[in-house]
Design a protein around this ligand. Structure first.
Ligand code: HEM
Ligand SMILES: *[C@@H]1O[C@H](CO)[C@@H](O)[C@H](O)[C@H]1NC(C)=O
Ligand SMILES: *[C@@H]1O[C@H](CO)[C@@H](O)[C@H](O)[C@H]1NC(C)=O
Ligand SMILES: *[C@@H]1O[C@H](CO)[C@@H](O)[C@H](O)[C@H]1NC(C)=O
Ligand SMILES: *[C@@H]1O[C@H](CO)[C@@H](O)[C@H](O)[C@H]1NC(C)=O
Length: 257
């Protein structure tokens, strides 16, 4: 049984998965717009090739690496599988997640809008705009809400095809909550800025900076409460967050400044 379960990892040229194992994607490996799932594939918690991820594989990986309740992980997987264009699919590959306007949405924190280019590739200038709002060593949900709100304002102001469905909006708020309370501490709702910068820019868990798997499982209720907080903070941020650098540049061109 053990041998069977590690066969995909062996086939991908990786003998073991784990916190101390990491390698970037090779030329036959696929990645997607989710920095966390990419990271888990780089560590081998998910198949290193990023392909054919079943519910069992996804929930095992999210539990083993991040201590996410397997029922919650299965719930997230059920959204993920809708991005596979094959009818009645029971798995998805990481690049499927990049299919625009299924789950993938505009105003991402580290990827450009589909209108401008790849929804999958990390984009440093977009991420620079996001991290400018992480104004202290310890990042909280308010900073996260400010960062997301700024990205939404920039996209609305610059992307003539900007769209955000209700599902996209909820996913987007969930992502902005998750990087604080899943990577960081769900009780204090804070996370170390250095962990975040390393995680997004390298798609690797920041173990060498002191990160470790949470001792307490992350439950559906944790997601719900932090998502509600994020909605409230976003309402406040919408009134206070100035538009980003990219908007100013676009306006400058428009007005010939
Ligand atoms: C089966 C589980 C998961 C699925 C199906 C999934 C799916 C996705 C998708 C489709 C996106 C792209 C949204 C976009 O920016 O357009 C995304 C982004 C993101 N995901 Fe995941 N995800 C999962 C688990 C997680 C977990 C556990 C975390 C924990 C930190 C996470 C953190 C993020 C973050 C922070 C982003 C935003 C990236 C950005 O805006 O640049 N995801 N995810
Ligand atoms: C996982 O979450 C489900 C649904 O919220 C819950 O019923 C279950 O008890 C949780 N699992 C564990 C091991 O706590
Ligand atoms: C998908 O599932 C539906 C309903 O179960 C079935 O009618 C249909 O034939 C299936 N399609 C394929 C391509 O398997
Ligand atoms: C990154 O995003 C910016 C803003 O949308 C865009 O102008 C630029 O071309 C993107 N860079 C890459 C490498 O896709
Ligand atoms: C969000 O705001 C509403 C309305 O002001 C309030 O009733 C609710 O308790 C708040 N929720 C959280 C989690 O902060």
């Amino acid at each position: 049984m053990k041998l069977i379960s590690i066969t995909p990892l062996l086939a991908a040229g990786h003998v073991l998965a784990g916190f101390d194992k990491w390698s970037p994607p090779g030329s036959y490996d696929v990645r997607g717009p989710c920095p966390m799932l990419n990271t888990l594939a780089n560590h081998g918690f998910l198949p290193h090739d990023g392909k054919d991820i079943t519910k069992e594989i996804a929930s095992g990986a999210l539990f083993d690496a991040l201590h996410i309740n397997k029922t919650l992980a299965g719930f997230l997987f059920d959204f993920g599988v809708t991005t596979n264009p094959k009818p009645n699919a029971t798995s998805f590959s990481l690049n499927d997640l990049g299919n625009h306007n299924v789950l993938e949405h505009d105003a991402s924190l580290s990827r450009s809008d589909a209108y401008y280019g790849s929804t999958i590739a990390f984009n440093q200038s977009i991420f620079d705009e996001t991290k400018a709002h992480w104004t202290a060593e310890t990042v909280d949900l308010r900073m996260s809400a400010n960062a997301r709100t700024a990205r939404v304002k920039t996209s609305k102001a610059t992307n003539p095809e900007y769209t955000m469905s209700n599902l996209g909006d909820s996913f987007s708020l969930g992502e902005s909550a998750a990087y604080v309370v899943v990577i960081g501490d769900k009780k204090t709702a804070t996370v170390s800025r250095s962990w975040l910068e390393f995680f997004f820019e390298h798609e690797q868990l920041p173990l060498h900076l002191g990160w470790k798997r949470a001792e307490t499982a992350f439950e559906r209720e944790d997601l719900d409460v932090h998502l509600a907080t994020m909605r409230n903070l976003t309402r406040e941020a919408e009134e206070t967050t100035p538009v980003g650098r990219l908007v100013r540049r676009a306006n400058a061109m428009h007005f010939g400044w």
